[in-house]
Design a protein around this ligand. Structure first.
Ligand code: ATP
Ligand code: ZN
Length: 300
């Protein structure tokens, strides 16, 4: 039995594209957990936080029904459910509190190569197959396109060849699935990534303070993904040029070098990817002994 007053419950996808990333994120935030015998719950050992492993489609509902305080799933599911719940008269079922920068994909139209359809505006009187009927319906309504939406729970891309639809609207990441099915990708109607949703209801102060701690750690984890600690020697005269060259860096630490009055050691944290080109530009600006190191943790 999980104590609802003091323990945070987070729903994540049980098995799918988001599972590994979501578990990895929670672990990087310091969570250690043991899986229950049924494998459906991960019990936090060092934080008052338990993980519920479920189908991604069920996550928004679990948060809406206050069974879970937080949930991690794709914005595509979040937006579809938000519209579905709104139809049922529930207007504020959850709020998106973080975008997590993984699980990137887009919900886009696809037109069979063999058809004369080329854009959404051509869809009047046609059938569109999708697993996201609410989002697609809302888009068509807004654009005043009188198309019929046919709901498919999977394998949307084969709907046209089965004669069940004239076009599709489906999730795309690389585009290979559409191509393999001789479908041309069209307009994107939603850019998606994994997000955290939170119940709009008030939670106990004890839980709230842990939610805030968790979010702060998530921000730290996301920042260090790209961040690098860079050390180098540089002529004093090149300092302003060097700061300009380093992407996303804050004020550098400048240290004297023993026995060298014209040179200093520069240490700086860069919050964006550091490319070889940047290092070459630093060298051209006069830097030497440049070292780039990964950052493990950061607390702003
Ligand atoms: P479940 O069994 O949990 O219902 P699923 O089959 O619905 O799983 P997955 O295919 O694992 O879901 O995708 C989970 C999420 O990953 C999607 O909702 C979406 O946000 C994201 N995603 C990223 N790239 C893609 C892609 N190319 N196709 C589908 N989903 C993608
Ligand atoms: Zn699903």
């Amino acid at each position: 039995m999980i104590d609802k007053e003091t323990r945070i419950k987070v729903a994540i996808q049980k098995s799918g594209r988001l599972t590994e990333h979501s578990l990895d994120l929670l672990q990087r935030c310091g969570l250690k957990y043991t899986r229950g015998r049924d494998q459906l719950i991960g019990y936090g050992e060092n934080m008052p936080l338990d993980i519920l492993l479920v189908r991604d489609d069920d996550i928004p509902g679990l948060v809406r029904d206050d069974i879970c305080d937080l949930g991690i799933c794709g914005l595509n599911i979040v937006e579809e459910k938000r519209q579905e719940f709104a139809t049922d008269g529930i207007d504020n079922p959850f709020s998106v509190i973080r975008e997590l920068d993984y699980g990137h994909c887009r919900l886009a139209f696809g037109y069979p190569e063999s058809s004369s359809l080329k854009q959404a505006a051509d869809l009047g009187g046609k059938r569109v197959a999708t697993s996201y009927p609410a989002i697609v319906q809302a888009y068509l309504k807004k654009q005043e396109i009188p198309a019929e939406v046919v709901e498919f729970s999977g394998a949307v891309e084969i709907a046209p060849s089965l004669g069940r639809a004239d076009a599709i609207c489906d999730l795309v990441s690389t585009g290979t699935t559409m191509k393999a099915n001789r479908i041309t990708e069209g307009e994107t109607i939603l850019d998606s990534e994994a997000v955290i949703i939170r119940t709009p209801l008030e939670i106990s102060a004890e839980k709230q303070s842990w939610v805030e701690r968790l979010l702060q750690r998530i921000d730290g984890v996301m920042q260090v993904r790209e961040s690098k600690y860079i050390m180098m020697h540089a002529p004093k005269t090149a300092l302003s040029e060097i700061s300009r060259l380093l992407p996303g860096s804050e004020a550098p630490t400048v240290l004297p070098l023993e026995g060298k009055s014209d040179k200093v050691a520069v240490h700086v944290v860069c919050r964006e990817t550091v490319f070889w080109e940047t290092l070459e530009n630093l060298k051209d600006a006069g830097a030497s002994s440049v070292l780039v190191m990964p950052v493990e943790k950061m607390l702003a």
